[in-house]
Design a protein around this ligand. Structure first.
Ligand SMILES: [Zn+2]
Ligand SMILES: [Zn+2]
Length: 413
């Protein structure tokens, strides 16, 4: 048997659900244990059948806090140690609490750029640019082999310089690059967050009433973009309790917008406030009421507001007498696929019925096909093992030598 074996248990043929094993000298690393994106949220038993759950000396490494990378963590044996960035653990716990759950695992935190030894493996995590906060690439050395796992990444967000720096000075002698290819075969927009900021400024300036924006609270790059655009147009960004909680949770990890900053207001809706109070977070709700605003107030001074919206918030707003008008605009600033679901359609109808102008401004959380090629060429691995994509079989031009594996098929390195 070879000194190092790579097995991609899942994600060679799909976007997400990553589960990748590196085995050497009787030890194993599992890079991400993601929930498949198409799995129902209550489905269990999703661990790939080829992953041996009885093997000792196994550690799990979580590249970033997206469900398609950590969603099956609790289905792995409790004896397996878990490694991640510090902010990643915080966001994973925060997300679990929203669903009334607790994560019964202890995490060991790595420091970006610093090597961590796990059994015979030497792991260097590199902070990277992605729509998730605290996303990492992982450089792994074992038995004379060198592997780079891209996790999810892009080269057009607010941390793009991190990717550029790695491309300028790539780790030497990479044998295998495990790289995502989400956007292969698409022409999804990959404009920069800075370009989006300019578009939002234009939208805020040209809208006489309120601007409603739907975005993911954990897409911190987008929160920063919207806050900056609000500041430059004299508007106030209105976020919900959950986004305020995310902002607070990340205050230790950089100078990021906080709920008590000027030109930010927290809208305290009854359903979310009830949820936090039910789980005993009265102090948090009371504090937020301090910088807060009731939904009813959003019916006045309309030209002042940039208002977070999502299907459940729209229902709360409607109950408080806040409904869209032809003076208002709305922007769906996340993956447009969610709009096709039933509650997305209801949101769309809410704005259409009110006559609000639609102006959807978004950019992908993943690298464009051109950036995937540029990154892979810069790293220049002996072999590229494709993952996290659906077009790898049709679109291989311009990449380093590709070694295509199937889910669960071991590859000797
Ligand atoms: Zn992913
Ligand atoms: Zn991701």
């Amino acid at each position: 048997m070879s000194a190092v074996t790579l097995t991609v248990h899942r994600s060679t043929q799909e976007i997400g659900g990553n589960c990748i094993e590196l085995a050497a000298q009787g030890h194993r690393l599992i890079l991400d244990v993601g929930r498949p994106l198409d799995a129902p949220s209550d489905a269990t038993g999703l661990i790939p059948a080829t992953l041996d759950l009885t093997a000792p000396d196994t550690s799990v490494l979580i590249s970033h806090p997206h469900q398609d990378h950590y969603g099956l963590l609790e289905e792995t044996p409790a004896t397996w140690p878990v490694y991640s960035g510090a902010a990643t653990e915080r966001l994973i716990r925060l997300t679990a609490a929203i669903f009334g759950k607790r994560v019964e695992r202890t995490f060991t935190h790595w420091t970006p750029g610093e090597a961590t030894s796990i059994g015979p493996f030497r792991v260097v995590p590199w902070l990277t640019d992605h729509s998730a906060f605290d996303a990492h690439m992982l450089q792994i050395e074992v038995a004379g082999r060198r592997i780079l796992y891209s996790g999810d990444f892009r080269r057009h967000g607010r941390k793009a310089t991190l990717v550029q720096r790695m491309m300028n000075q790539p780790p030497e002698g990479i044998d295998v690059l495990l790289m995502e290819g989400t956007n292969l075969g698409t022409n999804k927009p990959s404009r920069t967050e800075a370009a989006l900021e300019v578009e939002f400024i234009e939208l805020f300036r040209t809208t006489p009433g309120r601007v409603f924006v739907a975005w993911s609270a954990q897409n911190v790059d987008r929160t920063v973009t919207l806050y900056r655009a609000a500041l430059q147009t004299g508007r106030t960004l209105v976020v919900d309790l959950y986004t305020a909680e995310v902002m607070r949770a990340l205050s230790d990890f950089g100078r990021l917008p906080q709920p008590d900053w000027s030109r930010i207001k927290v809208v305290v809706t009854s359903s979310l406030a009830r949820m936090y109070r039910r789980r005993g977070d009265d102090a948090f709700v009371d504090q937020m009421v301090g910088n807060g605003i009731s939904a009813r107030k959003l019916a006045q001074d309309c030209a002042k507001w940039v208002i977070m919206v999502r299907p459940s918030l729209a229902r709360d707003y409607g109950r408080a007498g806040v409904t869209p008008t032809p003076e208002d605009a709305w922007s769906y600033s996340q993956w447009s696929g969610y709009l096709k679901a039933a509650d997305g359609q209801a949101l769309q109808a809410w704005f259409d019925d009110g006559g609000a102008r639609a102006c959807h401004i978004h950019t992908s959380g993943h690298a464009s096909p051109a950036d995937l090629r540029a990154f892979a060429s810069a790293v220049s691995p002996k072999a590229l093992v494709p993952i996290h994509g659906v077009a790898w079989d049709d679109d291989q031009e311009g990449f380093p030598p590709i070694v295509r594996v199937r889910d669960g098929e071991p590859l000797a390195l």
